[in-house]
Write a new protein. Structure first.
Length: 505
């Protein structure tokens, strides 16, 4: 005969099942988002989305759902995904549709960052990543100065120095083996530059052995496993665990290897001038500078490397594109050292190639979610109730046939000033790889730095070497990811240009 304990446990289980079924019925038939399209399994529970995040293919699945259901899809009980150019402005722009009227967003009525994605942030002080309103604007103004064209051009000698060092190390490396994984080369060189740019310190990460610097490797892992605290925040039953894990991620980013001590040393010996244009007192001010500096070093390395690797892959995978790139670069300078930022910036085909690379394979694949404010807003012409999580998914937007003709094909010519009829209907403003609206102020300036880095590096590589994609990397784009792609090795076969290194001085 069953004991009272067995009966109590069974009652608890059946009670939980009943509660779940009631919740599912509510989400499906009575929830404020019930009229938005999407599969039943997304409307009923958020476990499907959590499972896809853990699997690393959520961005692919969201794109698939948009192909089926259209411009807006309910991907979780309280979350909507969009993939249109209009949605960028509706969600992230300065003007929002509030109570049927267009208003300039202000504190209290604009769409705030989703705490499920951004969490508690770093210890000590908010950063440009998670700060809001009056806490964000002063940081943006202070940091924007560092990314003006004038400021960046003044750092050209630093960028050139680390590009030269990377080329020299690559030349040494291919003397032993002609097939090289270009990922570590890019990552080490960009990490070196970012540390010098931010903290005026030479790390010496670039090396002739093709090994990834330990700090870069650690930052990659921080980004790779960022889904863990984010997933926990989506599970109320175990959300308390994120209070333990979040500080580990924060401390790891700031203190592991050389970056934390590097920035602290700079603060103690002259400071980081452009970050101190918005001074705050005591530990908060120092923590804010430390946090922002670490973010720019770590995130700036990862996104630029992703952009560079994608550009190399698509150039080498398309013979016609490869031929045109070689012609433009090698006809622009008589020697590699003549490839200045001004010269590289004038290369229109190279610009089109890098623009197309960031469209077809964006460094950021996650949806940067926002939360609808009190009173609700109109997004793309339809009312969305307060508390709803919304966002534009990069991958689904850039790979949508409604936004770009032949979206899964690599066509740099779609970015020419004079566009052919084939791509005349492309929605170029759908491409927003580093955010949109007020947040784009600093992101757009960072894009200038990443673009300079990428184009100068690519120009030097394709001027100095003949390159082929190795057979083992033909399927390099078949990647998983959450915030960014989990990049496998990108193997490239290098050959020196005949007589180049013997004659150039």
């Amino acid at each position: 005969m069953p004991s009272s304990a067995d009966f109590g446990f069974a009652s608890l289980c059946w009670g939980l099942v009943g509660l779940y079924l009631l919740h599912a019925v509510y989400n499906l038939y009575f929830h404020p988002l019930r009229s938005f399209p999407g599969p039943v399994y997304c409307k009923v529970t958020g476990f499907w989305y959590i499972f896809k995040i853990i699997r690393g293919n959520s961005f692919l699945e969201i794109k698939h759902l948009h192909d089926i259901y259209g411009d807006v899809v309910r991907i979780a009980p309280n979350e909507l995904s969009y993939n249109t150019a209009e949605a960028w402005n509706s969600i992230y722009g300065r003007n929002i549709q509030l109570h049927g009227e267009t208003k300039t967003s202000a504190i209290g009525n604009r769409l705030l960052k989703d705490t499920l994605l951004y969490g508690a942030g770093f210890e000590g002080a908010d950063t440009v990543v998670n700060a809001e309103g009056t806490f964000y604007a002063p940081q943006r103004r202070a940091l924007a100065y560092a990314f003006t064209r004038k400021s960046l051009m003044a750092k050209e000698h630093i960028l050139t120095h680390y590009t030269d060092r990377a080329i020299e190390n690559l030349t040494t490396q291919i003397s032993a083996t002609d097939t090289v994984d270009v990922g570590p080369m890019f990552a080490n060189a960009i990490f070196d530059f970012n540390c010098k740019f931010v903290a005026d310190r030479d790390i010496g990460a670039s090396n002739p052995h093709g090994t990834l610097h330990p700090s870069v490797h650690y930052f990659d892992n921080i980004l790779r496993f960022a889904y863990i605290p984010i997933t926990l925040r989506r599970l109320p039953m175990v959300a308390y665990l994120q209070d333990t894990l979040q500080p580990l991620f924060s401390k790891g980013l700031l203190h592991y290897h050389v970056v934390g001590p590097l920035i602290r040393n700079r603060l103690e010996n002259g400071g980081i001038s452009y970050m101190e244009r918005h001074p705050k007192e005591g530990d908060t001010g120092k923590s804010q500078i430390l946090n922002n500096a670490a973010i720019f070093i770590a995130a700036g390395t990862g996104t630029t490397v992703g952009w560079l690797c994608a550009s190399v892959y698509y150039i080498l995978s398309n013979p016609d594109v490869k031929s045109k790139i070689y012609d433009e670069i090698r006809n622009s300078a008589s020697k590699g050292s003549d490839l200045s930022l001004d010269v590289v910036s004038s290369m229109k085909y190279l610009k089109a190639v890098t623009d197309e690379s960031i469209r077809i394979f964006p460094p950021i694949v996650a949806t940067l979610t926002r939360v609808v404010p009190r009173g609700g807003v109109s997004i793309c012409g339809k009312y969305v109730p307060q508390g709803t999580v919304v966002g534009v998914n990069h991958w689904a937007t850039y790979r949508s046939a409604k936004n770009f003709n032949h979206p899964d094909e690599f066509h740099p010519e779609r970015w020419f000033d004079v566009v052919s009829e084939e791509f005349a209907e492309d929605h170029r403003n759908a491409l927003q790889p580093f955010s949109y609206g007020p947040r784009k102020c600093i992101a757009q300036e960072y894009l200038r730095l990443a673009s300079m880095n990428s184009k100068l590096f690519l120009a030097r590589l394709f001027w100095e070497f003949d390159m082929e994609l190795a057979p083992e990397s033909r399927d390099w784009t078949n990647q998983k990811g959450f915030i960014a792609h989990y990049k496998p090795p990108l193997m490239v076969k290098f050959n020196k240009r005949s007589g180049l290194f013997e004659t150039e001085t």
